[in-house]
Design a binder for this molecule. Sequence first.
Ligand SMILES: [Zn+2]
Length: 160
Amino acid sequence: MTGLDGFKPDVPAPDEITGPWWEATTEHRLVLQTCSRCVREDGRDRPVGVQHPPRPLCIHCGSDELDWVASAGTGVVDACTVVHRAPRPDLAVPYVIARVRLDEGVVLLTRLQEREPDEWRIDDPVRVAWVDLDDGRALPVFVPAAPSAAPSSPETKEGS
Ligand SMILES: [Zn+2]
């Protein structure tokens, strides 16, 4: 059991804009569109001019000098909601739809997995995982960044 059974979403076909993004998913790489002009004019050593989903122009400056960079694939839960009623009969419920804010600063609409749906909280750290599609592409979903972490040494005070 992978826990992914029933996750067969309708996925749009790649087009001229999203093609490179989908191509990367076939290798389980999460990439983000970045603007070369924004990076050049900012100059700082941090992600700038990053946007998602892919667009034909930079949302910051309007340039078409767009490139792709690999995302670290880590972030935090920005918002999440548990779906109890499937929109289609072949979807297994409950599942969690979420906005994940990547460390690069952009937000992905995605799913959270590998934890009880009701146990997710805002700001939970997550990392990317992949759900393979029948056509070779894959969808990014997010799982707890620290899988099955031991309870952080609860300070059991045995006084008196
Ligand atoms: Zn730009």
